[in-house]
Every structure is written in C-alpha cells, then in structure tokens.
Design a binder for this molecule. Structure first.
Ligand code: THU
Length: 132
C-alpha cells in the first residue's frame, strides 16, 4: 500500500494546534494510515495529575478503535515545529497492538518498521502461547 507521508504529516501537524498542554507547553500531533485508506489522528491531552496525561498516540488509538478499527500501516508524530519525534515507550506498545511488526513509523532518522523501534515486543502471541 502506498503511503502519502506528506498527507500524514499535514494531518499530524494540524493536530498540534488542538493539543491541550497547559503544563509542558509541548504540543504533539499524530496521525496514522489505516489499511482501508482512512487516516486517524490525535493530539496530547495533559492533566493536573501529570501521570495521567494522554500522549497524542493515545488519541490516535482511541480515534482508530472508535472509527471501526482495522490495521495501522503507517504512523507519524510531530512536534509544533513539524519535526518527527519518536513515540514514547508506552506508546510504541500501543501502536504495536494495532499495527504489529510491519507498521511503518517515521522517525527522526527516517522510516523504520515497528519491529525496529520496538524489538522483541510483548504481544498477544506471548499470551496465547501460555494460555492455549
Ligand atoms: N508526548 C506525546 O504526546 N507522545 C509521545 O510519544 C511523547 C510525549 C507528550 C506527552 C506530554 O504532553 C508532552 O509530550 C511532554 O512529555
């Protein structure tokens, strides 16, 4: 499937304007391409309880599932300057669940697979191996 990275970038960058960041003032926007061609997106939503802040990726996954789900095939997240940033560790796990090892992730060093940015990930296969 062809990935229009410019379109994904534009959607992610537009989402930075919606970020709720009264504490860090660090805006993040994220967008992902679904295997049926749709784009899902999100922004970070902070909270006075700092630890319950939602990363932009949480918004993407929520948007994705609420819109019907499917498989994620490409993902990008950017700061306010439009620079690609890496998903935090927790969010790499979230992305893995819905994109698996082949999900393409745009990183500051270029496009990588999810398998490269989260090697030896824990996932459903680990659970099924021990419970079946
Ligand atoms: N943030 C994200 O939205 N995604 C990441 O992968 C890294 C961090 C947000 C959370 C917080 O609102 C701000 O960036 C600073 O950590």
């Amino acid at each position: 499937m062809d990935v229009d990275w410019q379109r994904l970038h534009d959607v992610a960058l537009a989402m930075t304007a919606r970020a709720y960041v009264p504490y860090s003032h660090y805006r993040v926007g994220a967008a992902a391409l679904v295997d049926d061609g749709r784009i899902v997106s999100g922004c970070n939503v902070e909270n006075a309880g700092y630890g319950v802040t939602l990363c932009a990726e949480c918004g993407v996954i929520s948007d994705h599932i609420a819109a019907g789900g499917g498989r994620l095939v490409a993902f990008t997240c950017v700061n306010e300057q439009g620079e690609p940033i890496m998903p935090c560790g927790r969010c790499r796990q979230l992305l893995w669940e819905h994109g698996g090892p082949d999900l393409l992730v745009r990183t500051p060093l270029g496009v990588r697979t999810m398998d490269e940015v989260l090697p030896q990930a824990f996932d459903v296969s680990d659970i099924e191996r021990t419970t079946s």
